[in-house]
Ligand binder design. Structure first.
Ligand code: HEC
Length: 296
């Protein structure tokens, strides 16, 4: 029944009372019953979506700001069985110390752990720890400055702090690198591509905000981290040439070890277990043959 018909009926004197003849309103029809209702709803939805797109087109990230797929490198620790290159781990630690540790924490790695992967001697570990200061526990007086003490091999790497504040750059915090190799899609390949992916000119369609750096491997292409590596920025003691590529490979190896220091042990145990199972199944089979021989 058309709604216009209802206009003639007197208006109710309370909102609790129905307008017109009440139940008839519930059945009112805005569309001719012949019009397929589903098409109408579909058309409205499509119109809605296209309007929304038209209004938000300016803000939407352009398709090109998707990160580039990381370069794929052959890592010694990704094979089966994988192993960490000891020399690369030692060099990578030096790169972390000299090029990353001023901004990035490594709080899940303890100084004593450096004896395991990179294979530093106890004396070397003590010397490394002695170069760091950690908060002295329980000694802080009300409102006073946090007293510090020299780190020992039993401490973990302290986070970098600037004037009592975490090292935020352009409002973005440098993440802790202890588990970063596992925490990012693409793992080692991604970190390598990211830290070697600076220095290119952004395409004209992308505007880089002040204080940000163009890096096509980073989601959104703008990162607050400045290029951390330069050729010869580190002096290697083993005669390796410290190119950006070499430093990146070494620090990525070190970070992969930090994120999974038990990888080699795990693979050795897995190999022993499989060998044991094969021998055990062989023995079971021979026992089976032996027991059933009289009946064969
Ligand atoms: C001057 C400070 C600074 C130095 C030095 C630095 N970084 Fe960063 N790094 C940052 C900041 C800030 C971010 C956060 C960037 C962002 O979210 O825009 C970051 C982010 C990262 C990320 C995470 C990217 C992601 O996907 O979220 C990785 C990995 C990284 N840095 C590795 C390194 C490595 C390896 C080194 C040393 C070779 C290093 N950084 C040196 C400041 C630094």
């Amino acid at each position: 029944m058309p709604l216009v018909d209802k206009m003639d009926s007197p208006l109710p004197d309370s909102i609790a009372k129905p307008v017109g003849d009440g139940p008839a309103l519930a059945k009112r029809e805005y569309l001719p019953s012949s019009f397929p209702r589903k098409f109408f709803i579909l058309a409205m939805l499509l119109l809605d979506a296209s309007l929304l797109r038209a209004f938000t087109a300016g803000d939407a990230a352009p398709v090109s700001s998707k990160p580039l797929p990381p370069k794929h490198l052959e890592w010694s620790f990704e094979g089966r069985p994988g192993s960490y290159d000891r020399a690369a781990l030692k060099r990578g630690f030096k790169v972390y110390q000299e090029a990353c540790s001023s901004c990035h924490a490594l709080s899940h790695v303890f100084f004593r752990d450096l004896g395991g992967g990179p294979g530093f001697s106890p004396a070397e570990i003590s010397a490394i720890a002695a170069g760091y200061k950690v908060p002295a526990q329980g000694a802080q007086k009300d409102g006073g400055a946090q007293p510090m003490r020299t780190a020992t091999p039993a401490d973990s790497f302290p986070p970098p702090i600037l004037n009592g504040q975490a090292m935020a750059m352009n409002g973005r915090l440098p993440p802790d690198l202890s588990l970063i190799a596992n925490a990012r899609a693409g793992g080692s390949d991604y970190i390598y591509s990211l830290i070697t992916g600076f220095g290119r000119m952004p395409p004209a369609s992308e505007r880089i905000a002040p204080g940000m750096h163009y890096n096509p491997y980073f989601p959104g292409h703008q990162i607050a981290m400045p290029p951390p590596l330069t050729d010869n920025g580190i002096t290697y003691t083993d005669g390796t040439k410290p190119t950006v590529d070499q430093q990146a490979r070494d620090v990525v190896t070190f970070l992969a070890w930090a994120a999974d220091p038990k990888m080699e042990n795990r693979q050795t145990s897995a190999f022993s277990v499989i060998l044991y199972l094969i021998l055990f199944i062989g023995l079971l089979y021979l026992t089976f043959r032996h027991i059933w021989r009289p009946w064969h």
